[in-house]
Design a binder for this molecule. Structure first.
Ligand SMILES: [Zn+2]
Length: 115
């Protein structure tokens, strides 16, 4: 992959990483607030439901942050865009859609099938 393309992906990934970090640090503040509000049953239920949703969303964001971090690591190692399983180049369309893809489409499907 040529350097200008890699640079573009690096920019996208760095921005994504910042976004995720910001969102994750913000959510910790929200959670503290949620614990403090409301004393009756209804408020508690609402608070716990929104906590649950926040928790799930944050778990997803943390997972994504790990993928983005790993992709940036591969850029610095010069292996970005190669499938971690078979070493083939990951398709351009796939990388454009999901720059932190680890596998080519063939391996991804294999991995999903194997669970
Ligand atoms: Zn592959």
């Amino acid at each position: 992959m040529d350097k200008s393309r890699i640079k573009k992906f690096e920019d996208i990934l760095s921005k994504k990483r910042e976004e995720l970090r910001l969102s994750l640090s913000r959510s910790q503040e929200d959670r503290q607030e949620a614990q403090e509000f409301g004393r009756d049953e209804g408020d508690r239920a609402t608070a716990s439901l929104s906590k649950e949703m926040v928790f799930r969303q944050k778990a997803q964001e943390r997972g994504l942050l790990m993928l983005v971090d790993a992709a940036l690591g591969r850029i610095s190692q010069g292996t970005f865009g190669e499938c971690l399983n078979c070493g083939q180049e990951i398709g351009a369309n796939r990388l454009n859609a999901v720059p932190w893809s680890r596998y080519c489409i063939t391996c991804q499907e294999l991995i999903v099938e194997q669970g």
